[in-house]
Design a protein around this ligand. Structure first.
Ligand SMILES: C[S@@+](CC[C@H](N)C(=O)[O-])C[C@H]1O[C@@H](n2cnc3c(N)ncnc32)[C@H](O)[C@@H]1O
Length: 163
C-alpha cells in the first residue's frame, strides 16, 4: 500500500490555441486538425526514444481549470444528467484528462500534435503510445452515447471553436 495520497509531478506543459473551456471542442475527434505542442521537461527527453514511430499518442493530464467536482452532471452531448464516471467531463474527483492525439513530429523535447481538445497551459502527467493491437475493440456498446446520432455529436462536439 502507498497510503491514501499520491503526489504527481507534471512532466511538461501542453500548449494549444484553446483559452476558454466553453469554446474548446469536446474530444480530439471533433478537433479537425487543430494543432498544439507538448513541451516535455528536458530531463525526460530520453524517454521519447522510439515514440516517433507511432501515429497516435495518449496524453494524460490534469484538468487544472476545473474548479468543482460533480458526481452527476449533464455532459456536453446530453440533456440528461449522467454519472461522472459515465462521462469524460473534467469536473471529476481526480481531474484526470486523457486525449488521443495525432503525433506529427518530435523535435528534441517538443512534440507537435494535431486534434487537441486541451486548454493551453495544461500540466502534462504522462504520454503513452496508441497501439492498435491493444487498444482497438470491435462490437462494443457505448451506453448513453449510443442514443446520440453522429450528426448531433459532431454539431455539438465542436462547440463554437473559431480559428
Ligand atoms: C469533455 S473533456 C474530454 C477531455 C479528454 N479527451 C478526455 O476524454 O478525458 C474536454 C473538455 O475539457 C475542457 N478542458 C480541456 N482542458 C482543460 C483543463 N486543463 N482544465 C479544465 N478543463 C479543461 C474543455 O472544456 C474541453 O472541451
Amino acid at each position: 500500500m502507498h497510503g491514501d495520497k499520491f503526489i504527481f509531478h507534471p512532466i511538461g506543459v501542453i500548449h494549444s490555441p484553446h483559452k476558454v473551456m466553453s469554446k474548446t471542442p469536446i474530444q480530439p475527434v471533433f478537433c479537425n486538425n487543430i494543432e498544439g505542442t507538448v513541451v516535455l521537461d528536458a530531463k525526460y527527453t530520453d524517454g521519447l526514444k522510439d515514440l516517433q514511430g507511432f501515429s497516435y499518442i495518449y496524453l494524460f493530464y490534469y484538468f487544472h481549470q476545473s474548479q468543482k467536482t460533480c458526481l452527476r452532471l449533464k455532459p456536453y452531448l446530453s440533456d440528461q444528467e449522467r454519472g461522472i464516471f459515465a462521462t469524460r467531463a473534467p469536473h471529476r474527483p481526480n481531474k484526470l484528462g486523457m486525449s488521443l492525439v495525432r503525433l506529427i513530429r518530435i523535435k528534441d523535447n517538443i512534440l507537435h500534435v494535431k486534434d487537441i481538445d486541451i486548454l493551453n497551459g495544461t500540466p502534462l502527467l504522462d504520454i503513452k503510445p496508441y497501439i492498435q493491437r491493444f487498444d482497438s475493440k470491435k462490437n462494443t456498446r457505448s451506453g448513453w452515447q449510443d442514443t446520440i446520432s453522429d450528426d448531433a455529436a459532431s454539431m455539438r462536439g465542436l462547440r463554437d471553436y473559431k480559428r
